[in-house]
Design a binder for this molecule. Structure first.
Ligand code: MTE
Length: 319
């Protein structure tokens, strides 16, 4: 977000295009066969393996915005994912060879049900839904993204947190062999995020597994990432491998990295400037260089659904 691009990446860190294409074709063939078997079977969420595979049985959501979504290209080529470089175009360039399988997710902490689950088993109990959300980055740009995901409230309910669970913490995969950005100490790896239980169970919060009706591109956080549309984009942790129910507020990556700039809450708030720039307006990606800036809305326009979560909290202090 704020850190300079590291020194050049060695060619040995990047798979040749030929290798990459071969591998992708192989995975694609497998996933289409798999999807054909399960499509329409109504047995819960199913995400085929590999690149641009169509997701079966995706419902619609009352929470989608009617605004026009950004193009697939905008959404998948202008990214932040420090595990794959610190430049906006790096994740698209360098995450292409990343294979988000096999993948397991550990659920631990204060819950009745805990354990380590294979990704497919993890998502199976839940329904897939398209959520077209406005997304606002702390760097003052925005996009409209048609995510496909499962409700985090449903996930939380499934694991039955105990009364001690006040927060939900998330962690990204830590594997410097597969994520070359983790070989440099640009952040305190693994990437970490957290929400209060109330934020995690708000109906708007989802774990996204796809975009534009297809499985999640690697650069956007395959196979599963958090999406919280009323918070700055950095809350949307990618490549999740651990979900923990905690009693104490969990440490979160950008707060650890720059505590005077990034707090735990990170609600979109045009009235609280970043110490180095205004948050009053935003630039919609894809609008062209001369498009007028858009006024930023409190809670990114989702105030009706979420403002009550912060009743009595001073949002200038709790930024
Ligand atoms: N998750 C991980 N693991 N690593 C990251 O560097 N960057 C965050 C967030 N999630 C990041 C991450 C930031 S700063 C932003 S703005 C969003 O991902 C960007 O999501 P997008 O690229 O899908 O738009």
């Amino acid at each position: 977000m704020l850190i300079k691009k590291p020194a050049d990446i060695r060619p040995s860190e990047i798979t040749s295009k030929e290798n990459y294409l071969n591998r992708r074709q192989f995975i694609r063939a497998g996933s289409i066969a798999g999807a054909a078997l399960v499509s329409g079977s109504a047995i819960g969420a199913v995400v085929p393996e590999g690149g641009r595979a169509k997701l079966p049985d995706v419902g619609k959501s009352e929470f989608s915005t009617a605004e026009a979504p950004n193009s697939y290209e905008d959404i998948t080529t202008y990214n932040n994912y420090y595990e794959f470089g610190t430049g906006k175009e790096d994740p698209h360039k360098y995450a292409q060879d990343f294979e988000p399988r096999p993948w397991s997710i550990t659920v631990d902490g204060h819950a009745e049900k805990t354990g380590t689950f294979d990704f497919d088993d993890f998502i199976k109990p839940f329904d897939l839904e398209e959520r077209i959300y406005r997304m606002r980055c702390v760097e003052a740009w925005s996009m409209v993204i048609p995510w496909v995901g499962i409700s985090l409230a449903d996930v939380v309910k499934h694991y039955q947190p105990t009364s001690k669970a006040k927060y939900v913490a998330f962690e990204t995969l830590h594997d410097p062999k597969r994520m070359f950005g983790q070989r440099r100490p640009v952040l305190d790896w693994p990437y970490k995020e957290g929400l209060t239980i109330a934020e995690a169970t708000n109906p708007l919060t989802i774990l996204a597994v796809g975009v534009y009706g297809e499985s999640m591109p690697a650069q956007n956080g395959a196979p599963i990432r958090l999406v919280v549309p009323w918070k700055y984009g950095f809350k949307g942790i990618k490549g999740i491998v651990r979900i923990s129910f905690t009693e104490k507020q969990p440490p979160v990556s950008w707060n650890i990295s720059a505590p005077h700039e990034y707090g735990f809450y990170a609600n979109v708030n045009p009235e609280v400037d970043h110490p180095r720039w205004s948050q009053a307006t935003e630039r919609r990606i894809g609008g062209g260089l001369f498009a007028p800036r858009i006024p930023t809305q409190m809670f990114n326009g989702y105030g009706e659904q979420v403002a009550h979560l912060y009743d009595g909290l001073d949002l200038r202090k709790n930024y």
